[in-house]
Design a protein around this ligand. Sequence first.
Ligand code: NDP
Length: 309
Amino acid sequence: MKNRNGVPRATKQSAVKVAGGTERCWVNGVWPDYGPKEDIRYALVWRQPRGSLAGLPNLQAVLVLGAGVDSVLSDPDLPIDVPVVRLIDAGLPGPMAEYALYAVLHFQRRMSDYLEQQRRSVWRPREELLARQWPVGVMGLGVIGATVARRVNAQGFPVCGWCRTRKTLDGIEVFAGTASLDEFLTRARVLVNVLPLTPETFGMLNARAFAAMPRGSYVLNIARGGHINEVDLLAALDSGQLAGAMLDVFREEPLPADHPFWRHPNIIVTPHVAAPTLASEAESQVLENIGRLERGEVPLGIVDRAQGY
Ligand code: NDP
C-alpha cells in the first residue's frame, strides 16, 4: 500500500533489544499517513516537511537518518524537550574521505588545467608541486573530518585541522577555536570543509576567510551549502585569490539551472553525492538507540542542541 505521496506505507516490524530480551517495534506509517498522533513515540526523519513533528504528545525522541542535523534543529515544530539523535559514521566517513582525496589530487595534479588544454589540443606540461609541498586544511575534526584528515595525510600531504575544542590527532596539526582560525587558514593550500552547519558556522567561508588563505588556494565543500558565502566565493575566484573550488552541497538543492556555479570555469559541481548513508547501518543504529531509550539509557549520537551539532 502507498500513501498519498506515493511512498510505500510502512507496516514493518523490527526487533529492538530491551531489558530481558528482544521486543518488536512497529513502524506506524510514513508521514502524513502515520496513524493517530498519540501512538507516535519515535520519529525517524530526514529533511522532514514542516509541520510533521507538530502535536505529537507522546514523542520520546527524534532520530535523524543522517549525520547533519541543521534541517531538524531549524524546524520550528521540533519539541523543545525531546532528545535529537543523529547517525554516527553510518558508512559516511570512508566515501567522504575518498571524495576529499580525489579533490586534493585533482587540484595538486592540475587536472582542471589539463582538461581545459585538451579541449584546445594544447600539449603543455604545467609546474606541479609534490604532495609534501601541498598543505591541506580540514575544517571540522569530528567523525568524518578526522577520517578525511588521516586519509589525506596518509597520501603524503601535510594536514592541519580546525575544530572547536582542543584535541590531538596523530600526524595532524590541530587548531582549536575562533582565535586560531586565521593561523589555520594561512596554511591551507586546499581547504576541506566538513563542519556541521550551526549559527556559528553559517557563512564562515567568506571573503575574510578566503583572504586569509594563500593566494591561489582551493576550496572543497562537502558539508553544507550554508557554510559558503556564494558572492564572496565568486569574487575570490574571479580575482585569483582562489584558484578553484569543488562543491558538493549548495544553499539551494538541486542547484538552480541558471546558477553561476554551473558555468564557472574554476568550479566543479557535484549533486550532493560525497557520501551515501548506508541503510543497513542506519537501521541498526536507530534500533539500538530505540532500545537504549526504552531501557532509560542515553542514546548514542545525542545532539547538543545548544551547540547545534
Ligand atoms: P561531528 O559532529 O562528528 O563533528 C563536527 C566537527 O566540527 C567537530 O570536530 C567540531 O569540533 C567541529 N565544530 C563544530 N562547530 C564548530 C565551531 N563553531 N568551530 C570550530 N569547529 C566546530 O560531525 P560529522 O563529522 O559526523 O559530520 C560533519 C558534517 O558533515 C555534518 O554536520 C554534515 O553537515 C556533513 N555531511 C555531509 C555529507 C555529504 O554527503 N555532503 C554526508 C555526511 C555529513 P569539536 O571536535 O571540538 O566538537
